[in-house]
Design a binder for this molecule. Structure first.
Ligand code: FA5
Length: 340
């Protein structure tokens, strides 16, 4: 009775093993037949009721069936594993004879490129290129530039103050202060660098942007020198004459002070979000260095005079390449950057 049951179970299990179409179906057969609570385990239990003279024989049959079914399961499992491997190899093949794509070279950021171009121009004119820290003392960023603590001009630039009384420099003008101390008169210097302002961003304003400061101090420096210098600079950058206008501007560290605007090259002057629909973009404020600034820099204003300017380098890059939103420049978007 138990023997017949065993034979029929083995036959049906054999068939199910061969017929299983997925590893999951096969696993189900394994559990049902060979599992701890499976059919063979049940037969093992029922052996207790087999007459003693038949027990050894049926026990042998039971073990043989177990071994045989184990082997059948394993062989079917191996078939599934081989099928899976082939499928993977088919889908993941690699044609090693294809030409390699090669390394993709990086490129300098457009701001860096223009900055380097300008540094070369100025170096060729005998001008020193200076660097200053992005974290500045309040004295260098404001006081030494004729902006004492209660001066309303401090509100012209929204400042990121640090806990130790220092600030993130709001402009590159503090490098003028460092330049006067380092070089003394006569001096010709530029200082490109990153500056920070705690202000709302829009298509032409960033909280972090680049300026390029310039300062010349010598005997009898006049506005004519300043204009010549700035025209040379713009011609070199744009490779052609561009339309600019000069209007009075107030900065405590220059007297007289001017705003130099460039006709918007994004819209040709007809008005767009970059020029706030006015047709002009503020690019390069400038002026003759205030006697107080020279004096605080250890230079006698009776003997020496100078001019200074603060070029908006990021805006200049926008004008040069026709970029209509300043935020693209620091977006890190490779689709934008790869165009340069
Ligand atoms: C200054 O920062 C003065 N230190 C410049 C100066 C130097 C004047 C020497 C006289 C003598 P202003 O805040 O206007 O000035 O900024 C200078 C230029 O930086 C602007 O003309 C503009 O081109 C650029 N700029 C100002 N704010 C931003 C901003 N948020 N985002 C991008 N560019 C800006």
């Amino acid at each position: 009775m138990l023997e017949a049951q065993l034979q029929s179970l083995a036959a049906s299990a054999r068939q199910r093993i061969l017929a299983s179409a997925t590893p999951e179906q096969l696993q189900a057969v394994r559990v049902e037949v060979l599992g701890r609570k499976g059919a063979l385990a049940q037969i093992s239990k029922d052996m207790a009721n087999v007459p003693p003279q038949d027990r050894a024989r049926i026990g042998k049959l039971l073990n043989a069936a177990k071994t045989e079914l184990e082997a059948a399961l394993e062989s079917r499992e191996n078939e599934f594993a081989a099928q899976a491997l082939h499928a993977r190899l088919d889908s993941e093949w690699l044609d090693v004879t294809l030409p390699a794509t090669g390394p993709r070279p990086g490129a300098l950021h457009p701001i860096t490129r223009i900055q380097q171009e300008l540094e070369e121009l100025f170096l060729s004119m005998g001008v020193a290129v200076l660097d200053g820290p992005e974290v500045e003392s309040e004295y260098n960023n404001f006081d030494a530039l004729n902006i004492p603590p209660d001066h309303p001009a401090r509100d012209m630039q929204d400042t990121f103050w640090l806990t130790d009384g220092c600030c993130l420099r709001t402009h590159t003008s503090p490098v003028q202060v460092r330049g006067m101390a380092k070089l003394g008169p006569p001096l010709r210097m530029i200082a490109p660098g990153r500056v920070f302002r705690n202000e709302e961003v829009d298509p032409s304003h960033e909280h972090t942007f680049y300026q390029l400061e310039g300062m010349m101090v010598d005997r009898n420096i006049s506005i004519a020198h300043m204009l010549y210098f700035m025209k040379t600079l713009l011609r070199r950058i744009f490779g052609c004459e561009v339309t600019v206008r000069l209007r009075p501007g107030y900065f405590p560290f220059v007297e007289p002070g001017f705003e130099l605007d460039i006709q918007c090259l994004i819209c040709g002057g007809s008005g767009c979000p970059v020029c706030k629909h006015g047709g002009w973009v503020e690019l390069m404020p400038c002026g003759l260095v205030h006697p107080n600034v020279l004096r605080m820099g250890g230079i006698d204003p009776e003997q020496w005079s100078g001019f200074a300017f603060g070029l908006g380098l990021t805006r200049l890059v926008m004008m040069r390449y026709g970029i209509d939103d300043i935020r693209l420049l620091q977006s890190g978007d490779l689709r934008f950057l790869r165009q340069f």
